[in-house]
Design a protein around this ligand. Structure first.
Ligand SMILES: CC(C)(COP(=O)(O)OP(=O)(O)OC[C@H]1O[C@@H](n2cnc3c(N)ncnc32)[C@H](O)[C@@H]1OP(=O)(O)O)[C@@H](O)C(=O)NCCC(=O)NCCS
Length: 332
């Protein structure tokens, strides 16, 4: 069978109502300011969960929107894949909690742990399951409550990361949709660099403890400058490989939707790919870095703004902790 195997039938996103501006972060007593954060990251504000607000509720809201747009009932979902690094519980998966919230009783549900590449990896797994015949309809979610695992006294990280959920419904490409869908996929990882962006404690190797809390080793730790360099290099490879495999050029791309980590990484990615910034979707200014949620939130935002239409060719590129990186070309 030739590509496309699956297409994106519906999208949705949900973020907490609470908005935290750069000035709000500075007011917490951190030595930072609005001008520095905007210049170095492009971020102006982010959405942060209120106490007690669960990731499951954000996932369910985003998924309901995506399923409604796709015209899919809960009982039609064969598989739920949730990309996340900040689930409500470490056991069982975030995906089974969403399954219960949605009433998708026929589905198999599991998480994908590839950090900011989580939705993109999940979409590739979902597409592959559809290609193999293991599923016809797959709900792919990217969702994070990073505010729960960020050290709010660390100005290197807390200015970047935020909360939210994005969801997409993948369906088998057939009939009049046969020329629409995922045209190419690319995914890579390099575990040798894991400690540049990680949570040292909280897992089996170094369980969470009172000491760990003092040392804050269960929070996200990041070597920002190193991560930046690898992100630029890997996103460049990701866009190259997606275009090559889809046998298209940058001129054929109507919109680039990159992972929303930092405006400077986004600009470097666009420049490398030869895509002008008018054809790049940016919402990092409003949402910050929502990790696995960033691409599906951006996709739904772009669709609501009319920037993705029927026939649009969209290039997606992601990079995250692991390191993990990857890309997709999708015709809508
Ligand atoms: C974190 C990041 C914004 C820092 O920006 P940068 O330009 O690399 O800044 P540097 O770390 O070189 O620090 C420059 C100076 O700003 C200071 N600084 C760091 N964070 C600051 C903040 N929030 N506010 C004000 N000053 C800050 C540093 O202490 C340093 O001061 P010094 O020159 O006196 O030592 C940037 O490295 C980055 O975005 N990295 C990638 C992170 C990322 O995207 N991670 C997720 C990947 S999916």
């Amino acid at each position: 069978m030739k590509r496309p195997y699956s297409y994106i039938a519906g999208t949705g996103h949900a973020v907490p109502a609470r908005v935290v501006t750069n000035d709000d972060i500075a007011a917490m007593g951190l030595e930072t300011n609005d001008a520095w954060i905007i210049e170095r990251t492009g971020i102006r504000q982010r959405h942060i969960a209120a106490p007690g607000e669960s990731l499951t509720s954000l996932c369910a809201e985003a998924s309901r929107q995506a399923m409604a747009k796709a015209g899919v009932q809960p009982g039609e979902i064969d598989t739920i894949i949730c990309g996340t690094a900040s689930p409500d519980h470490l056991l069982p998966s975030q995906a089974v909690e969403v399954q219960t919230a949605l009433g998708c009783s026929r589905a198999a549900a599991f998480d994908v742990a590839s950090a900011c590449s989580g939705w993109l990896y999940g979409a590739i797994v979902g597409d592959s399951m559809i290609a193999s015949g293991a599923a016809d309809t797959v709900l792919v979610i990217g969702a994070e409550k990073l505010s729960a695992i960020v050290d709010w006294t660390d100005r290197n990280t807390c200015i970047l990361f935020a909360d939210g959920a994005g969801a997409t419904v993948l369906r088998r490409a057939k009939g009049e949709k046969k020329d629409r869908g995922i045209l190419s996929t690319f995914m890579r990882s390099d575990g040798a660099l894991a400690e540049l962006l990680w949570r040292p404690a909280g897992g089996g190797a170094e369980p969470y403890s009172a000491d760990a809390a003092t040392g804050k080793r269960h929070f996200i730790h990041m070597a920002g400058r190193e991560v930046f360099k690898h992100a630029v290099r890997s996103m460049a490879e990701a866009t190259d490989r997606a275009l090559d495999t889809a046998r298209i050029t940058a001129a054929d791309v109507d919109l680039l939707i990159p992972h929303q980590a930092n405006i400077r990484i986004i600009e470097a990615t666009a420049k490398h790919a030869g895509i002008s910034m008018e054809k790049v979707f940016v919402n990092v200014d409003r949402f910050g870095n929502t990790s696995a949620a960033s691409i599906p939130i951006a996709l739904n935002d772009a669709m609501e703004q009319g920037r993705v239409k029927e026939g649009s060719t969209v290039l997606f590129a992601a990079f995250g902790a692991g390191f993990t990186w990857g890309s997709l070309v999708v015709r809508f």
